[in-house]
Design a binder for this molecule. Structure first.
Ligand SMILES: C[S@@+](CC[C@H](N)C(=O)[O-])C[C@H]1O[C@@H](n2cnc3c(N)ncnc32)[C@H](O)[C@@H]1O
Length: 300
């Protein structure tokens, strides 16, 4: 296993939370990069991740680092069910039954390095693996199932809507003609073939990137989870507390931007980022995954 996930916009995100000795929610724990910094600045964190592997790994990391166990509480689950998950907690300091409110929350969306670098999870075409892409292995439908079951038109819509893929129709047609695609490398090869046939040979990012993104979003219902998760978290943050969201593609960023604008119109609080905060050149240089990150902040 490679090193830990490198947190994106770490200083910017944690600064935006104005951390003090109070409870915060990290809705996307991953390898705990943001969470560790939140605790280092004096906060306490309820950390959530949908992926049981992530949770196991972060638990060990926190133990190895000697982080005081009273400073965090880790929960496996989807942030779209945040209130339910917190309601089930018996610890009075974080249980909603004790009318708990939180000082702030962070969402660092998408997949972690752990997920990307595990070929058997099927998130990346850098290594060959089955077309799985479930963040929660308990989910019923894998990317492979979508490819096998959906019609050409449905695949076209999926790649257009969730990948904003220019050659959605050609990719959908190629997939339907060869229903034999089973692995990440096979799918990447098929999309590359489509691009070569339409005469596009020079690409900045691999042509399969958007198709993989679209399948991942569909398998995990990422946009639905984000919309619901934002509404859940809004009610849990105290007055003057902050919600920080780091997103990695325009579909997510649009949901965050529109939701924050609507909340402001409805008098819930204030958007603190008229324009999103972006990583600087040095961060992008050191961590290319940061290149598409956008951070937005709302104050209740
Ligand atoms: C980009 S990583 C977070 C990295 C983390 N901030 C760090 O510094 O290590 C995103 C994490 O969010 C988790 N995740 C994605 N969607 C989720 C959801 N709906 N509910 C809970 N966790 C989710 C993924 O499993 C992944 O581990």
């Amino acid at each position: 296993m490679e090193g830990y996930h490198k947190p994106v916009l770490l200083r910017e995100a944690i600064d935006a939370l104005s951390v003090r000795d109070a409870w915060y929610i990290d809705c996307t724990l991953g390898d705990g990069g943001h969470c560790i910094e939140l605790i280092a600045r004096g906060g306490r964190v309820v950390g959530l991740d949908i992926d049981p592997q992530a949770l196991k790994r972060v638990q060990k990391r926190f133990k190895d680092l000697g982080i005081d166990e009273s400073k965090y509480k880790l929960i496996q689950g989807n942030f779209r069910e945040l209130k339910d998950l917190l309601n089930k907690q018996t610890d009075p300091s974080i249980s909603l039954r004790a009318d708990q409110k939180f000082a702030g929350a962070i969402f660092d969306l998408g997949v972690s390095s752990l997920q990307l670098m595990s070929p058997e999870r099927g998130f990346s075409f850098a290594k060959n693996g089955p077309l799985d892409m479930r963040m929660d292995p308990g989910l019923g439908v894998r990317a492979l199932d979508l490819i096998k079951i959906l019609t050409r038109k449905e695949l076209y819509e999926l790649f257009s809507n969730f990948g904003e893929e220019k050659y959605s129709w050609q990719v959908a047609s190629a997939l339907v003609s060869s229903r034999g695609v089973r692995t990440t490398k096979e799918l990447a090869g098929l999309v590359e073939g489509v691009y070569r046939r339409v005469g596009t040979r020079n690409w900045e990012i691999h042509p399969a990137t958007r198709v993989f993104q679209a399948l991942r979003i569909a398998v995990n219902d990422e946009l639905g989870a984000l919309e619901t998760g934002l509404e859940e978290v809004k009610d849990l943050i105290e007055k003057n507390g902050h919600i920080v969201i780091i997103s990695f593609h325009s579909l997510e960023d649009r949901i965050v931007k529109d939701t924050f604008a609507r909340w402001q119109d409805q008098g819930w609080g204030q958007v603190l980022t008229k324009k999103p905060i972006l990583p600087n050149a040095q961060e992008i240089n050191e961590n290319p995954r940061a290149r598409s990150a956008k951070m937005r902040v709302f104050r209740l």
